[in-house]
Design a protein around this ligand. Structure first.
Ligand code: FES
Ligand code: FE2
Length: 389
């Protein structure tokens, strides 16, 4: 890359055409440059709903949703590198996200889980209520024009959805119910009683920009190659029946299982997934923009979150969690649904792409119009977020 190119902002060469027949992919530098990641953190990752990482420990193995269920409960969390805390209301049942930064002199407010009608800052004793309002502080008698609006904590939206805790940094983020409406419509018959798998969760830093992981997830085109037969995912599904459905903020990919025994009981899915030839849906692979994959299988739900790490455009904090619907099938997930194998094959492919995009020989790609609608959808949305013309 020339010095000129790196001096330009992301918007300079971020345009991705709406028409897949002519569109070029995002440039390679979108996956390697800090300026790109900084722009995404300021746009994509403030406006969108993010999975709040689970924080189960040996002392408290409960899911995050359970940890913040009680009135007045609060727990510190980190999202996109920012210190925050979740707070359940005391006078109401609302769940809110707040900066874990005191409005007085920026000391962290919530060092660990706690519960009560108010919290007191550990540095100089400023007191806040569960709605984030400044309540009192010794020594401020005589202060004029106080408290100001910014002496209260900024409340950001948070919600629990099917046992997952989600939050957004921008109070003007779209309503979560609207974002997830198409997902909900596909799950109306699926019991909302999944339990978090004991030990079924992990957060690890992996190679590759967050967009590579999202792109890989949305790329069914590679299944016949990277996950090829014999013995691969291409064997377990009827690839010719693969469907990709694009929504405003979500994408659904689904396919019929080769062996009906590996598919969903039709009673658990809406009528539109029924098949008169008796074929059954292998999985509902949902992607919620920008970085959340919700993989519904007959055994339950595998959640993947591709979280950016500030200042590290070439790495991703990969969170995955399992929620179990059918324990017997869950025990067979690697054999019948090839979970571990597909994961390993994707990790290897991603590492190879990482080398390629850093090679200095990576032109902007083109999209196969019949195969890569979802990849194009992702690139287009990121392009708009970073301000491309
Ligand atoms: S930093 Fe919190 S009271 Fe001073
Ligand atoms: Fe894959």
């Amino acid at each position: 890359m020339t010095a000129d190119a790196s001096a330009r902002g992301p918007e300079a060469d971020a345009h991705v055409d709406d028409d897949i027949a002519v569109a070029e992919s995002l440039p390679a530098r979108a996956f390697t440059e800090r300026a790109w990641l900084d722009r995404e953190l300021a746009t994509t990752f403030t406006r969108s709903w993010q999975l709040v990482p689970e924080r189960a420990t040996d002392e408290d193995p409960r899911s995050l949703a359970e940890q913040i269920a009680a009135r007045g409960a609060r727990v510190p969390v980190t999202m996109a590198g920012r210190p925050l805390y979740l707070q359940r209301g005391w006078d109401d049942d609302a769940l809110r996200l707040f900066p874990n930064t005191c409005t007085h002199a920026w000391f962290p407010l919530v060092p660990g889980p706690s519960r009560g009608p108010t919290l007191v800052c550990g540095q100089h004793g400023r007191r806040f209520d569960c709605a984030g309002r400044f309540v009192s502080q010794q020594g401020f008698q005589g202060a004029r024009g106080f408290p100001r609006d910014c002496d209260h904590l900024r409340a950001m939206p948070a919600a629990v959805w099917r046992g997952l805790t989600l939050a957004a940094l921008d109070p003007a983020a779209p309503a979560l119910a609207d974002v997830l409406a198409p997902v909900d419509a596909s799950l109306v018959r699926l019991p909302d009683t999944m339990t978090r798998a004991p030990g079924g969760g992990e957060v690890r830093d992996v190679a590759g920009n967050w967009k590579q992981h999202a792109w890989n997830f949305l790329d069914h085109f590679h299944i016949g190659f990277v996950h090829r037969a014999p013995g691969g995912l291409a064997d377990a599904v009827d690839l010719g029946t693969y469907r990709t459905e694009l929504f405003d903020d979500a994408v659904l990919q689904w396919v019929f299982a080769r062996d009906p025994a590996d598919g969903f009981d039709p009673a658990l899915l809406p009528e539109r997934f029924a098949d008169e030839r008796g074929r059954r849906v292998f999985a509902l692979w949902w992607f919620v923009y920008p970085n959340l994959a919700l993989n519904f299988y007959p055994w339950g739900l595998s959640v993947n979150a591709y979280q950016p790490i500030p200042d590290r455009p070439d790495a991703t904090r990969f969170g995955w969690y399992h929620w179990v619907l059918d324990a017997a099938k869950y025990a067979e997930r690697d054999r019948r649904w090839l979970s571990a194998q597909v994961d390993a094959e994707d990790v290897d492919a991603l590492a190879q792409v990482s080398r390629g995009l850093r090679s200095g020989f990576a032109p902007r790609g083109r999209f196969a119009p019949t195969e890569e609608q979802a990849a194009h959808w992702l690139h287009r949305k990121v392009s708009r977020d970073v301000g491309a013309a």
